[in-house]
Ligand binder design. Sequence first.
Ligand SMILES: [Zn+2]
Length: 477
Amino acid sequence: MDYEIVIGLEVHCQLLTQTKIFCGCSTHFGNPPNQNTCPVCTGMPGALPVLNRKVVDFAIRAGLATDCQITPSSVFARKNYFYPDLPKGYQISQFELPICVDGHLDIEVDNQKKRIGITRIHMEEDAGKLVHPEHVHGVSYVDYNRACVPLIEIVSEPDMRSSAEAVAYLKALRDIVVYLGVCDGNMEEGSFRCDANISLRRWGAPELGTRAELKNMNSFRNVQRAIEYEVERQRDILDEGGRVVQETRLWDVDRGVSALMRGKEEAHDYRYFPDPDLLPVVVDEAWVEKVRQSLPELPVARCQRIVADFAIPVADAEVLTADRAMADYFEAVVKLFPQPKAAANWIMVELMKFLNEDKISVTQCPITPQGLADLLGLIGDNTISGKIGKQVFSKMYSAADNDPRQIVEDQGLAQMSDAGELAVIVDEIIDANDDKVKDYQQGKVKLFGFFVGQVMKKTKGQANPQMVNSLLKEKIG
Ligand SMILES: [Zn+2]
């Protein structure tokens, strides 16, 4: 391609506070419309905002985790525009003096490490929501439950050069805010949402090209598709000698295309000015230090430590540490059953399969780390085979009482390791398959697997496989 792709991202994270940013209303999602409201968040004249300290804590957390400078005195500003979901007629945000500046985040794409600059992180309130019921025409309802819910906006430098880099950055950022406990990271429900600024320029050109802004991408996959679509669109314009115009475009998930939302001439002039109802936010060194002390180990550091401590592949460690609770679970299992690779495999294959099917988090998993460690112990000491282990696992998952030893005992699942008993079964199989024994002995060595399979079938998978192998070798050569 003749052009370099330039991408910058703006990410809004809804913060996991109990109450709103400027009033005591609940942030609980899913309540009946307008239940979580008061004069402040519905913009009644004379109602005054009071800043939620927790929001500042969370913004500092996000800033420290992305190596930002924390601004000693930041300022809330009014961003003025008129829309029915915004009862005050302005949104309280931060403009010239945001709380965090000059950070960065490291990503890796195709084994290439890259540092993406973070311009700023600022605090702001969310707007309400317009509701258009499907069967009622000509009516808009408004729900202010979300009005005044706290957000941070994380703005990157235009440092990304491909859709893959943009997705890697977003994933890394989401992992961090989820680890920090400041945001649940849910893209589909919109608590972690992203706008992308995209432009193209000729290789080596000093100036950035004219950018278009993309909105409404609610999954990593859509971010990738939308950026790729936009790159194509701009390239076609430039190839035909045209000029890209500055505009905002909405991604249409179903059709896989973007459409014009508004052009530059329709862009708002927000007439920002400092909010006279709110004092500057003064954060002293002691406050920053207190937050710094409370930071958890972050995903990248944890992944590196897990690879070093437990000698498991990087790819496994990445899967296990993508979710903080999952990483906790893994480490708890390994503490009880110190064979990390086996524990990692069982968690990534069996456990995640069940959790994904039920769409639940590992924190809601019915199998405790102790339970899984006990099960792995039974497999490790040959009480049961790995295959039976999977059956026991599935029973543990759905049973109220999920002690694997008890399940193995109650259901008689212990491995058959009695040589005499197994020899009888092996003989039966040999006798019943005369012709196949002959074929085998005349060189059809692949048939060995058939005999093993028959013994396993007869014993419902409980025969000790090594013993079956050696008995068969002994008897049919
Ligand atoms: Zn309120």
